[in-house]
Design a binder for this molecule. Sequence first.
Ligand SMILES: NC(=O)c1ccc[n+]([C@@H]2O[C@H](COP(=O)([O-])OP(=O)(O)OC[C@H]3O[C@@H](n4cnc5c(N)ncnc54)[C@H](O)[C@@H]3O)[C@@H](O)[C@H]2O)c1
Length: 157
Amino acid sequence: MMILIAEFFVVILKVLWAFVTAGFRWVVRPKEKSVAGQVCVITGAGSGLGRLFAKEFARRRAILVLWDINSQSNEETAEMVRQIYHELDTPITKDGPVGGVEEVPPFQPQVYTYVCDVGKREHVYATADKVRRDVGNVDILINNAGRGLRTPPPGVP
Ligand SMILES: NC(=O)c1ccc[n+]([C@@H]2O[C@H](COP(=O)([O-])OP(=O)(O)OC[C@H]3O[C@@H](n4cnc5c(N)ncnc54)[C@H](O)[C@@H]3O)[C@@H](O)[C@H]2O)c1
């Protein structure tokens, strides 16, 4: 019986501690990792979450490589990314290794688009080769493509 009561208090204390640490992190936000100038591949970038990811990474000055099976919607996302790049004309800095502020080279906004069906292995390898030749090494991959709320099942227009 005593063990049960002790365990109950331990659980209550752990829950309270989780609330305290969560509240602290909410007030004192952890430092964001900079993705400025990093090459970021986003699959399924033509709509929904992929498009939102692309816009967020553009605001953070990443170099974007957008893949989608649908060329038209992918180009629309690229246009939105270019618009965001266009609005970002302030010089950039990023946090240095010891908390100082370090100047980084001027940002060269770049967005690349590729039509790729991620369901086809050969297509993925061929597109990855093209990206390596056109852009270089990839730093971040957001493998988001799939059937979401807006992608109809095969055969359905
Ligand atoms: N939206 C949600 O609530 C939700 C919830 C859980 C999981 N997801 C997953 O998140 C991902 C994105 O969801 P969403 O709602 O943004 O979807 P969405 O339908 O809005 O967008 C999916 C995008 O992926 C592309 N795509 C589909 N099949 C592809 C393929 N074989 N190759 C390349 N591109 C392809 C589509 O053209 C489209 O642009 C999906 O994988 C989905 O399963 C979404």
